[in-house]
Design a protein around this ligand. Sequence first.
Ligand SMILES: [Zn+2]
Length: 581
Amino acid sequence: MSYEALARRWRPRRFEDMLGQEHVLRALTNALDQDRLHHAYLFTGTRGVGKTTIARIFAKSLNCEKGVSSTPCGECSACTQVDDGRFLDLIEVDAASRTGVDDTRELLDNVAYAPSSGRYKVYLIDEVHMFSKSSFNALLKTLEEPPPHVKFLLATTDPQRLPITVLSRCLQFNLKELPDQSLRPYLSSLLDKEKVSYEALAIAHVAQAADGSVRDALSLLDQAIAYGQGKITAPEVEAMLGRFSPSRLYDVLDAVSADNAEQVFKQVEELAAYVPDYSYVLGELLALLHQVATVQTIGNAHQGDVHDEARLQGFAKNISPQDVQLWYQIGLTGRRDMPYAPNQRQALEMTLIRMLAFKPFTAQASAPVPSQPKSAQTAPSVAASVSVPPREQAAKAPVAKAPVARTPAARKAPPAAPSVQATQATAEPAVAEEEAAPELPPADINWKPSDWVKIVEELPVAGMPLQLARHCVLHSAAKDQVHLELDPEYDTLAAPRSKERLREKMSVYANGTVNLKISIASETPANTPAMLEKKAEQDRLEAARTSIAEDPLVAEIVAKFDAEVSTGSIRPVDDADQQEP
Ligand SMILES: [Zn+2]
């Protein structure tokens, strides 16, 4: 199948088509149009935010046959060669794979030669911090006396690892991660052009999972299109990413604020069906609590999206600001300690139980008192210092016992001094923070390549790291060393952050610190979890088609009504079941 990845097809070809990075683009545009070009630029920032794209447009701007400007024609041979990735005077180097001084010397030896067809040679050196010391020295020599026909574009995710001598010779720009709010309309407009139908919530999930990277967003969209067979729906993206509708979080908060333990467990049970990343679930619940607090303080949720305005307003009215603050603190602590819990779902449940335990004391105070000044409502500590016992008294209370004190019997008792409870609870996370997080010892594992599908199913991982794992095969795993091979078609999944998150989750799974190496396989492996799943899907579809074709009743209908079986409409039955959970 010759499907061209979205990221490749929609790579911006002009500065004005780029998403975000306005500050960088303005500086480059001005420099180009006013002929005030520096010879070396350093772009810092995470992956997938546009470094290579900027470099390519910059190379066109410098070499367009119509002249140097920020608006290259896009039609001359220089422009089209750059667009096709075959312009000889744009030299792209991945420093991560060229760390030897010989490599660099060979590269920089050629700097002296005139461009082969263009006006300027443009060197894009990505991940430049990976250069060895001697490579840096070789680079530095060139940067000190650059030939006039050479421009350097250096890019790094880790500028602190660059020698100051190199830094001082570059004009530095920080590329920003793209916020959800600008990614979403971009993705939507792109799908419109692709004539792919989609649900807004599905796009919101993708934008959020991409975590600021356009490239990741587009690679997730590619997968969503393949997954949904041309149509992108929220439930399918949720299943793909291990996400769920935000309304489920509202349901959880509903249950907590109603002090309904049974309902809380039921909600967690339903969430578990999505095999979510529980740390993500708790993070989203914290974000929701933050929105509630913001509405209570300034009347609206000043940032982020509100999934359900009416319900949010309801929470703001019915939950006391003290409870919101408390639950936020409890959630924060719970989330931080999650990696050390034996089981992630259990950790989420424990955190919610804690929130429940704190609930009844302030239940009566839950309707905001109109005359109370807003500033006193924002934090329990403020409320405490205004109205009730001094902090020292609260601090003396046995901190560790705080949640235990709320036995069911005690919970029914009238609130003796709500603010004391509130202050105790906020003191608890502060104390816990002083304890160093326990380091896991090195893992001692012995996984066979054939175990990999099962391991991926059981890994407590979602989003990009899950996709990364799904497109890998296990090459070897012994003691604390794990070596995966990634399907080369999905090499964009191997972003450092995804890899690190996968490593962390593997360590949790292995109950010991794992060292993870991921190399790109030389050819597409046939047995990645993603490939096996796809094949199983096709087999089931084939089996369904065969059974239809051999079904005597169908044959009879076909004969009697001169009918035709529309094979495209056949879906295995259990497949249809899965789509309606
Ligand atoms: Zn041109």
